[in-house]
Design a protein around this ligand. Structure first.
Ligand code: SF4
Length: 374
């Protein structure tokens, strides 16, 4: 049972396009969600399968005409897939305006990618103002109206409350898996762990919750087993490809936790179910985000959160997965690295979706391993 569920999630993580086509052939409409902090719940409540658009390993042929080469590789890949037709078949795409690269991405879709249409929305950065939650809720409501105008699909309060319950249940399942996986690295290596988290972006949440619960139950029935003494936690927007996880495995690292938006970080906090207005509950979910490079904080809390996680999971090192040319992440990195390195050996790896050359990363990981062993 464990292997079957794991295999299904690994296949989905490997071939998102195939997963999207399978939904469409089954008559289920699919809508793209460009990260980060996109309110998938609204897409779900409108009756679409929310589908994470995380770019992918691709050579840029078309996007360079619209997006500068110094934009992050996630956005460049998304634009490339939009321009070359990979995203055709999606009913629409929603995209947050969170950073300059995303602004450029949205403009590219508006100007050069008519199919699927893109529906942007803004998220406020000054989240300490009392009006910030109301502004966010207003943006979400406007987004809901755009979805309705385009597709005819309205979003009722009842549907929103149901979707919030489904998403909270999924988040609980992911947190349980995360803890169980850290104590069963003999079965859940870095690649398998990443596949469980990645596949969540390409699968209906109800189905994903069921499969993840199966895996967690099977792990909990087994005695705890740590494969390698070298335990690391990851941090970043995305921890990159399965090939990078394979490199970490080859060099004898167990990944036992992460503060990675694409992986477990997104499941930390539930959306409130006790508020009368579910759109406001979703807005408050954004307001309380902490420790993220794309959510402004007066006092940055990310390094403390990463170190706390490393301590809890008995990890001896941190790996910062730095999305190449991600302005918010690169702006935060010097201060964060200085704080991390005071308490824990820390390795920085560049994540570049537009290059398949892993040899530099291999050398850095091997050297880091030697330093830890010495
Ligand atoms: S936050 Fe960073 S990784 Fe995310 S879209 Fe903006 S530049 Fe790219």
């Amino acid at each position: 049972m464990l292997n079957d569920a794991l295999q299904k999630l690994e296949e989905t993580a490997r071939s998102p396009k195939r997963a999207m086509e399978a939904y469409r052939q089954a008559g289920r409409p699919v809508a793209g969600c460009i990260p980060e902090y996109t309110p998938e719940v609204m897409v779900h409540a409108a009756g679409f399968i929310p589908f994470g658009l995380w770019g992918g390993e691709t050579t840029i042929m078309l996007a360079d005409s619209y997006i500068p080469t110094f934009a992050c590789s996630l956005v460049r890949s998304c634009a490339e897939y939009g321009l070359n037709g990979t995203y055709r078949g999606l009913s629409f795409i929603i995209a947050p305006i969170l950073c300059d690269a995303l602004k450029g991405c949205v403009q590219t879709f508006r100007v050069a990618v008519k199919d699927p249409p893109v529906l942007p929305f803004s998220l406020p950065q000054n989240r300490t103002l009392p009006s910030a939650a109301a502004f966010t809720a207003q943006e979400y409501r406007a987004l809901g109206e755009k979805i309705q105008k385009l597709t005819g699909a309205g979003i009722s309060g009842q549907a929103m409350r149901r979707s919030i319950r489904i998403y909270n249940e999924h988040s609980r399942a992911m947190r349980d898996f995360d803890r169980a996986a850290a104590e069963h690295t003999d079965v859940i290596g870095a690649r398998a762990r990443q596949a469980v988290f990645k596949s969540a972006w390409f699968m209906e949440k109800e189905e994903h919750t069921g499969l993840v619960r199966q895996i967690t139950r099977a792990l909990e029935e087994r005695p705890a087993c740590r494969k390698n003494p070298a335990r690391v936690v990851l941090t970043g927007v995305s921890a990159g490809s399965a090939a990078l996880m394979e490199l970490l495995e080859e060099e004898g690292f167990d990944v036992v936790g992460d503060h990675v938006y694409q992986d477990s970080w997104t499941y930390l906090h539930p959306i409130r179910e006790d508020l009368e207005d579910p759109v406001m509950a979703l807005a408050e979910h954004w307001i309380q985000v902490g420790g993220s490079c794309v959510a402004h904080e007066r006092r940055r809390s990310r390094s403390a959160a990463v170190l706390k996680l490393a301590k809890e999971r008995e990890a001896g090192a941190v790996v910062l997965c730095l999305m190449k040319f991600c302005d918010p992440e690169e702006y935060e990195a010097p201060l964060m690295l200085a704080e991390l390195k005071k308490s824990c050996p820390t390795l920085t790896l560049d994540i570049d979706q537009n290059s398949d050359n892993l040899e530099q990363l291999r050398t850095k990981i091997q050297t880091f391993r030697d330093v830890l062993d010495s």
